[in-house]
Each structure stands twice: as C-alpha cells, then as structure tokens.
Design a protein around this ligand. Sequence first.
Ligand code: ARG
Length: 479
Amino acid sequence: MEEDGSKNRWPQRGIARYNKLAMTEYSTHHFQATSSYTVSVGYDKRLYPYDIDGSLAHARMLGHQGIISQGDAGAIVSGLEAVRREIETGLFPWRDDLEDLHMNIEVRLHELIGQPASRLHTARSRNDQVATATRMFVRDAVASMQAGLRGVQDALLGIAERHEGALMPGYTHLQRAQPVLFAHHMLAYFEMFDRDIERFADCGRRANVLPLGSGALAGVPYPLDREWVAKELGFDSISTNSMDAVSDRDYVLEFLAAGATTMMHTSRLAEEIVLWTSQEFGFLRLGMEWVTGSSIMPQKRNPDFAEIARGKTGRVYGSLMGLLTTMKGLPLTYNRDLQEDKEGIFDATDTLLATLEAFAGMLHSAEVDEVRMQHAARDSSLLATDYADYLVAKGVPFRDAHGIVSTLVDIAAERKTTIADLSIEEFQAQSLAFEKDVYEITALASTTARDVPGGTAPNRVTEAMIKARARHNAREASV
Ligand code: ARG
C-alpha cells in the first residue's frame, strides 16, 4: 500500500504543478495567451508590398467611381505611401494585438491621416483583400522560381557543352547498363527543369486572376470597376464567382505542387552529385566553396549542399501536404483555417530559391573527370545489348541473341575478363554468326548507333544541346 501510494503521488504532483502553472499563465497573460494563437502578423507582414498596392488600386477606383470623394482617395493614397516608407525603413510599429498585416496597415493609416482612412475598407473585406495579396505573392514567386530554374539550366548546359563527347556508363537499377554521353545525362535534367518552368508558368497563369470586389463572400453593393483594378494591379482577368474567389487556394496548392516536383528533380540530381563525388565513382569534383570538410577526417570533401538540398525536399512536400490537409474539409466560403497557407508558401519559396541557387553554383564549379568516366563506360559488359543487336543484324532472333550474349557474359565473368577480350573461337563456340567485325563493338560505336531522335548518338546530342541553348536563350530574352 505504502509503495502504491508513493508511486501514485508522482504523477499527481506533476499534474497539480502543471495545472498551477497553467492557471498562473492564464490569469496573468490571458489576453496574449489566447490572441497569440490567432496572430499572423509575424509572418504575413511579408505580404506588405502587395497589400499596399492592392489598397492603392482599390482606393483610387473608389475615388474614380465616386464611392468615396477624390479628396479622401488622395489622402489614402499618400498615407499608404507613407506607411510603405515606414515599413521599408523599419520604423513601422508592428502590433501583435492587431493580429494581421491588413489590420496593422489600416490602423497605422488612421494614425497618420485620420478620418479618410476609415473609408478605405468600403466595398472590401479582408477575405478578398488577403486573397488578392496572396495571388500577387504567388505571381512574383513564380517569376523567381522560373529565374532560379533558368539559372540551373544554364549551368547544366554549360557543363554539358564543356564535356561534349565525354562517355559515361548509363545506369538502370544503379547497375551499369549502356554507355551514354555525359551531356545526354545532363540534358535529361535540362528537360525536367524545362517542364518545371512550364508548370510554374501554368500555375502563374491561373493565379493571375483578381479576387478583389468579391467582398466577404457575396460581392459588394457598390458600383465597382473591377476591370480597372485588375489592369492597375497587372491581373489578366477578374474572378467570376465571389464565393470561389475568397475561399479557394488551389493556386497556392499548384505552386506548392510545382515546387515539390522541382525539389524532387533537384533531389535526384543531388543524389547523383553525392554518388559521383564519392571515391567509389569519382566522376565529379565540386569547387571548394561547395564542399565541407570533416572535423575529424581530414580527407573528407563532403557534398553538404547536395545533401541538404535532398533533405530540404521534405519540407516542401510537407507544405503541400499540410495545405491539402488544411483545406480538405472546409465548407464554403472563407474560413480562418486558410491563414495557415502562408508559412508554407513562404518557406517553400525560400527553400526553392536557395536550393536552385546552390545547384547553379555547384554545377558551375564542378570538374568532371572524363578519364574516369570514360574508363567506367568502357566496361564491355555495358555492350551486352550491342552484342545482341549485332547478332540480330546477322539474322539471329533477338530472344536467342539475348541468351547467347548472357552465356558470353558468364564466360567472361568466370575468366575475370570482359566480353571484348574473348577470342573469336570463344565467340563462335556460342554462335557461328559471330565474325571478326565483332571487335568493332565499342562504347563509342554503341552510342553512335543510337541515332534516333532523343537518342544518345553524339550527333543527336550535339543537336539537342544547340536546341536546348536556343530554347534557353529565347526564355531569357522573353523576361
Ligand atoms: N489573416 C487572415 C488570413 O490570412 C486575413 C483574413 C481574415 N479574414 C477574416 N474574416 N478574419 O486569412
């Protein structure tokens, strides 16, 4: 009994202590404790340029339309510019008790210009206001992502062009499969990042629709000129359903999905960089600024940037999963849950930009060991398919040829040599279709033979590089 009692006392004391603490916090900091839970200004202040631009356009339009006086509109416009200057010079008095960026700016405007400030929120709700600012943020973030991706593409093209003609083993299952051109491998990533650019463009197009004018959810009872506001803010069009406009965030999801895909692509490249810079592969050496030494092992040149990029992929996926989950059960229209979209977009944007910059830098600094790569590519087991194709050309059915070459691979392995070093008698013992010209099968011949559009034949790869460079230049010129 004694023992049981003493055992039970611990948790009880723990609980009592916990409650007491909680009660103290509750009574002395009740206000902060409850309101800090809903406060977003700590992070949504990042939207200030968009919020101010949106308010400027709204106020001007209210003035033009005679919904407020031109005088009040003018006062609001100059007041908002003063607010912008305060924010940019770090003088703005951010207040947590005002919850979000929108209320902070409106209250400060009132402090600066007085009564006219109270007319800014005419014909507007924070619901269409925040949706507008968020769409503007996404639109700019799309442009930065595309610039970052173009930077990586440029680095990929550069490294491919510097090593035109270099051979390497191509892999499936991380097993040496067939020889390919190193440039072909790099251009594969160029294509992935090219589609990423298009995915962002697509998302940017759908994001570029103006929600302002939707009010809280049902529209507003004022004669707005929404088209004018859209034009002023650079939107392509105005939203066609007020309830949809204030409550959906699919453009954020699309942005995060495009970002997650880009991170997946960079993460695969990161993994190859980690492998290729290892002593086992030794294909690549990164510039000193892109590697880190070990605190205890002096020989180490760790590819930390690549590893961290691979690691950071998780947080971008997390932001996408987080918002999908946040939104899945929300009834129309606006719900405060939607405020949870912001930190994910900000974090994903920052993560992606930093990652893309690191990749451009790493690739620009990378030295390729062509000799080592070429040596690995000359392993004649990579040419097994070519031996089979050789037999096919001499009339042997492909399946039979496959079996014959398998046997040759085994014989070579047993003799600790390569197929190319077997004697003509050993070849002919497996098939009389083999002739002297079997020794013309080499890694270079193997790649040269793959002369189909999209194949690794050197002339095809050169053409692909020229086309990719032209595509890249056209994109650069169009921004
Ligand atoms: N901070 C809010 C958000 O990000 C702004 C909109 C608030 N609207 C409201 N009705 N409480 O979603």
